[in-house]
Design a protein around this ligand. Sequence first.
Ligand code: G6P
Length: 608
Amino acid sequence: MCGIVGAIAERNVVPILLEGLRRLEYRGYDSAGLVVVEEARLKRLRSTGRVAELMQISANTEGSLGIAHTRWATHGIPSERNAHPHISRNLIAVVHNGIIENYESLRARLVKAGYEFSSDTDTEVIAHLVHSHYAGGMPLMKAVQSSLTELVGAYAIGVIAADNPDQLVCARRGSPLLLGVGIGENFIASDVSALLPVTNKVIYLEEGDLVEISREGYLVYDAEGKEAARPVQTSEISNESVQLGNYRHYMQKEIHEQPEAIANTLETACNSHSIMPGIFGAEADSCLAKVDGILILACGTSYHAGMVARYWLEEIAGMHCTVEIASEYRYRKSVPNPNALVVVLSQSGETADTQAALSHAKLLGHVHTLAICNVPESALVRQSKLRFLTRAGPEIGVASTKAFTTQLVAMFLLTLVLAKQRNRLNAESEQQHLHALRHLPAAVQKVLDLEPKIAKLAERFASKHHALFLGRGMHYPIALEGALKLKEISYIHAEAYPAGELKHGPLALVDKEMPVISVAPNDALLEKLKSNLHEVRARGGELYVFADADTHMNEEDGVHIMRMPEHAGYLSPVLHTIPLQLLAYYVALQKGTDVDKPRNLAKSVTVE
Ligand code: G6P
């Protein structure tokens, strides 16, 4: 959360900073601000609105060195005084992503030393700390270095000084930051997408790195303070992939990108005649052969993908599997099984709780670790022994869509690899699964064709305050995901239950005002689900059923059936996700909410 951009160039960097912020807005959008050095003075502009507002007030600002920030509030309400950059005595300016845990004691000390605080943020202590060293005569890099030794917590920071127009200093520990390398100009950003209009040459900084940047070059110092060489990589993300194109919202675009995202994710795995462990990394064959159970750790939508995977792993691969919410696992006294494979599932690869859960698992003695992630070089990928990159492309909409379905695909591949290693998958079944996977992008495309019908259906939801989602078996997590999507972007209170639990409580809520959405694939549990649906109908509840083509259920008064084009067997959860994403999207459109930037949320939650 929070996005940082910085630039040092021969040209005016304000448009670069603003475009970078616009692209990073998904990381937080409570306020935005920038500062440039203008004739040996710091010129700061801040806005409690969106980046668009900051653009409006920046028309007369120019400078060839600057830093900028888009905020997701942690310490201090969203307000102009709390917006970054924070400045100390008109000399030092700082932008920060992360949380400084010991800021209260530092603040007390700095106040005693005569520093006046003008915000409620934890970040402001960094500005004053750097100032205290810099004003005492230290070079900027050394002043930042000394300040960092006093900080406890997570940070990615960018720092400039009014009297030093030729230098930008940045550092990271626990929060992401990368360097963009240009010709005669250099940049920093939280995410490569911010820099694509100016460069695709990037350096992913490592934990504890501190960098001194000029127009002509940069010097990286590692956590020990020694000069370090970091490879310059060419980002594969195209500038077009982060543009909205003809779509109204990123979420809509990303829903529609799912056939391609799934096809890309499957490319290496399905190009050969059999499923090979090597798709999870060079050491996967021996590592996966040793494990006797699976522990999946994740948050939010990624947690739901883990929940679906549990059904596959236990049923197809015969592996015991536990799925835990990362923020719970990290603080719980659990009984570890060091032979289990720890799978961290994450779109961003930087979610603080998932990172902490992985570290906790390692402390408990887990050595077999696998990251399934959509962002190469992210913290989770770097910290895991095995890795699988979903190739969904950049996901900008805060509500996760294509990252989820590609995570499901990755987890299905893992299931097949483990099943094969354990002789639970004969050649014929393997070919059937491969065939189903290869067909999946086309099957998803057919579901997307239901869009106009779902848009119509959504009109009935706009006036509702609550909704209930039901599913059974591996479709129960899909019901959870459908409810999460609806609440995230339409602000309708939505709950999901395994349909069998209905009569143990939630049935009390059902009346004609409560729409009940049911995921009803044609599987072994269908008849049981139908009985649950009768229970709803008998209480006057309005039913919306997403049924497979071959499910014998008919429309009647109060029962709306949306028929899916085909039944996908084990992969059915992937298909059944799509209409629920579309439903949430069109209900949000009806309600006029900010689909891509729902209130109070952020795309990557890098704080606890
Ligand atoms: C945030 C996002 C969710 C996401 C969750 C986990 O809450 O808004 O969409 O599912 O973080 O993120 P991760 O990047 O770890 O999958």
